[in-house]
Design a protein. Structure first.
Length: 209
């Protein structure tokens, strides 16, 4: 029995009378999770933020869940150990699932280094509601960019358990989209994403117009 043992087995899911499809109609588009993964410095947050602006300008209800921002609030009690990274991904995926159910297009940008945990995140969503975007960039290039100076600190041993240095990053095996930021600019990356995403979030009635 855990701390909430007296409630175990007695917590029942309350089914809402308003369906996801109803909310999508109200928003005027379908809702999905777009999950950005990649090394620190690869451009995840920059591209996700630029995409958010483009979608917002097109009257799409969109919200960005940035990994660093989440660690200031809901995930502030988590370290960067392998176990806490797994929990970080789990919480983010669960929060995103609520947003998607609310009819919103969700962008999640976090390193999420483990393939198994990304698959677990995907499993929370209905088929087609989860798009994995691999922001591909070599470790060498990420270190050269080092926008936050984190790689330099990690190499000096000032930061422990840093992905790519003393923790592994497992490349996605089957992402829906791969954006290579060693070859593409932010604007080019966003245009590729927009062309793919609009096909997926367009409601049938909008397609016919």
């Amino acid at each position: 029995m855990n701390n909430n043992g007296e409630l175990e087995g007695n917590v029942v899911w309350h089914q809402s009378s308003i369906k996801k499809e109803d909310r999508e109609i109200q928003h005027g588009h379908k809702s999905i999770m777009i999950w950005f993964t990649g090394l620190s410095g690869s451009g995840k947050s920059t591209i996700a933020s630029a995409l958010q602006h483009k979608l917002f300008e097109k009257n799409i209800s969109v919200y960005l869940l940035d990994g660093d921002n989440l660690r200031h609030g809901i995930n502030k009690n988590l370290s960067f150990s392998a176990e806490d990274r797994k929990e970080n991904i789990r919480r983010t995926a669960e929060i995103g699932k609520l947003f998607v159910d609310a009819g919103i297009v969700v962008l999640a940008a976090l390193i999420s280094p483990f393939e198994k945990e990304r698959l677990n995140a995907r499993a929370l969503y209905k088929q087609g509601d989860f798009i994995e975007v691999y922001i591909k960039c070599s470790l060498l290039e990420c270190e050269n960019r080092d926008p936050k100076g984190l790689y330099k600190k990690a190499r000096k041993g000032e930061i422990k358990q840093f992905t790519g240095i003393d923790q592994p990053y497992e490349e996605p095996k089957n992402p829906e989209i791969v954006i290579d930021t060693t070859k593409l600019t932010v604007d080019e990356s966003v245009e590729i994403l927009l062309s793919t995403i609009f096909d997926k979030i367009c409601l049938e009635q909008n397609t016919k117009e």
